[in-house]
Write a protein that binds this ligand. Sequence first.
Ligand SMILES: [Zn+2]
Length: 282
Amino acid sequence: MLWQGRRESDNVEDARGSGGGGRIVLGGGIGTVILVVLYLLLGGNPQALFNSQQAQLPQSAQFDNQAPRDDASKFVAVVLADTEDAWNAIFRQMGAQYEEPKLVLFTDETRSGCGFASGATGPFYCPEDRRVYIDLGFFHELQNRLGAGGDFAEAYVIAHEVGHHVQNLLGISDRVQAMRRRVSEDEYNRLSVRLELQADFLAGVWARYTDRVKHVVEAGDIEEAMRAAAAVGDDRLQYRSRGYVVPDSFTHGTSEQRVRWFRRGYETGDLSQGDTFNAREL
Ligand SMILES: [Zn+2]
C-alpha cells in the first residue's frame, strides 16, 4: 500500500503509555481548542500555551496529538483518513452524513466507554463512546504468530473496526443488541457472526473505494487483507457497557466466510450486497 506522505487523520488519540488516561483528556480537548483560540486572539504564541499546559497536566492525562508520530502511528492515521474519505463519500451518496470515529492507540491496557481492555483483547470498537481501540502490539502478533503481516493486512483490521462504527451509525448494532435479550445464547451468537461478517464486507467496500479512487493499493495487497481476514478468527468485539472486556470466541465466522464477505464487498462496492442478516448462505 502506498501510504507515505498522504493525509493523516486528526482523529487518532495516542494514549500509548498513558495507562488508560485517554478518557480524562477527551474532556480537555474542546477546552484546549477554546484556550488556543482565545490565546491567538490575544496575540500569543500557541506553542507556549501547549508547553505550559502540558507541564501542568498529570503524566497519565498527557495526550499530545501535535507530537511527531512514529511510522506505525502515522500509518494508522493515514488508513483512518482513507476510511473517512471513503465513508464520507459513500454516506453522501446515500444522502446521509458520516460521523467520523476517533481511534485510540494504546499499549497494554486502556479504559474505554465499554469497560477496561488489555492489549490481549485485540482491536475493538466501542459503540458507547464511538471509538476504535488499537493496540499496535496486535499487528506484531498478526505478522509473527498468525502469519498475516503486511501493511494492507493491518489496514484491513482498522477498516473492519471502522465497519463496526458504520454499523453503529446505520442502527444495525442497536438492532442486534436489542435482540440479545429476546433470543437464546446460540441464536445471539449466530447474529454476532452475521454482524462480524458484515464488518468484513464493509472493510471490502472500503478497500474497493481506496483502490479505485486513490490508486494506492498495490499488487498483492488484497490477498494480504484476505489472509488477515482468514487469520483473525476473533477480534473480540465488545458490546458490554461496563466491566471487563471479555473475549467472545466463536462469534466471528469461519476463515472462509470472512474472506468471502470481504471479497464480496471489494468486488461489488455495493452496500445492498452486504445484508449478511438475510443471506441464506454465509
Ligand atoms: Zn469485529
